[in-house]
Design a protein around this ligand. Structure first.
Ligand code: ADP
Ligand code: ADP
Length: 230
């Protein structure tokens, strides 16, 4: 069964439907892109998966569990299995690279020695071991996002949600970050949902893509079908 499944999901804010009757299934192991213009409903979709918002109607299954009916205590467990990467990186400016990556491990109660070992492993993976003692402001945008990816992976999530993760980066750096995300997918088997308004991003790494327009899924399928030349 799919790792993430939207079944007839509608999300309204007052009179505005941010998402209308959305059906979507993301399979374990794929890179799934959601593309759409500003206001299409992309962020709402991410916030529902991460249980930061509740559906108005319909159901949303993560790993076979309907999260729309789970109590807050269980939602915390669901969130632990989901890593997030953000457009503006969302790093703690007053903390070192090391401490930023260690943060989710601290929250999860890892012992100090285990945290240090895991952080070193993650910084090796993203190629930033030599930056461990620097602060975010001393890094380039691409380096900051690599820290963001390391932090998102810290607790070994099965799902990584990348919300406009490359939108603040120049094209060359975007390519680097996308190649890193692809490695996260192939080397660790992490299922990745990429939210973007950038077509190049989709072309570079997505296996399948859904196109959102006005809160509705207007197309979904393998990249070559959805974006086949006419
Ligand atoms: P996108 O991420 O594709 O730009 P959003 O999911 O942010 O789209 O927004 C989809 C629609 O829902 C927009 O019309 C937006 O104004 C509306 N919306 C999103 N969040 C809220 C909110 N918290 N309150 C009211 N309206 C919202
Ligand atoms: P916080 O104030 O949130 O604990 P710190 O910047 O003090 O953040 O760093 C987190 C902890 O991890 C600190 O206790 C620090 O000594 C430890 N630490 C950081 N980097 C390393 C490292 N490379 N090897 C071992 N321990 C480290």
């Amino acid at each position: 069964s799919p790792l993430i499944e939207f079944r007839g999901v509608t999300k309204s804010f007052g009179g505005t439907a941010a998402l209308s009757d959305v059906d979507l299934a993301v399979e374990a192991g794929e890179v799934f892109a959601v593309i759409g213009h500003s206001g299409a409903g992309k962020s709402t979709l991410v916030r529902l998966v991460n249980a930061l918002e509740k559906v108005t109607s319909g159901s949303l299954l993560v790993d076979g569990v309907d999260i729309t009916t789970l109590p807050e205590r269980r939602l915390r467990e669901v969130r632990l299995g989901i890593g997030m990467v953000f457009q503006q990186f969302n790093l703690f400016r007053s903390r070192t690279v090391f401490a930023n990556v260690a943060y989710p491990l601290k929250v999860a109660g890892w012992a100090k020695a285990d945290r240090a070992e895991r952080v070193t492993e993650l910084l090796n993976f993203v190629g930033l071991v030599d930056k461990a003692w620097q602060y975010p402001d001393q890094l380039s945008g691409g380096q900051k996002q690599r820290v963001g990816i390391a932090r998102a992976l810290a607790t070994n999530p099965r799902i990584l949600l990348a919300d406009e993760a490359t939108s603040a980066l120049d094209p060359e750096t975007t390519g680097e970050v996308l190649r890193l995300l692809k490695r996260v997918n192939t080397e660790f088997g992490v299922t990745i949902v990429v939210i973007t308004h950038e077509m190049e991003v989709v072309r570079e790494i997505a296996d399948r893509v859904a196109v959102l327009e006005g809160g509705r899924v207007v197309e979904v399928g393998p990249l070559h079908e959805v974006f086949a030349d006419p």
